[in-house]
Write a protein that binds this ligand. Sequence first.
Ligand code: SF4
Length: 79
Amino acid sequence: MSIAELPPQRFAIPITGHASLPGTGPAGQSCGTCAHLVRVSGNRRDHAKCGHRAGKNTRSATTDIRLSHPACRCWSAPA
Ligand code: SF4
């Protein structure tokens, strides 16, 4: 699944938190299976961020990623 195939309502907030273009990684993989996935504690819930973008993530939802997003070319298998 490419990012263009995801339902448009999921992108009401611009998503800028990926290390590279979603859908350019290994087929069948997602951010939820990537070694770079990090969870940041928030007020009401944890937020998923891409650790490959260290230093570029903010506390804004625009740098949140979804576990279901298709993997980008920076995807790595967990150790
Ligand atoms: S696949 Fe991995 S490296 Fe790419 S955006 Fe998702 S968490 Fe980051």
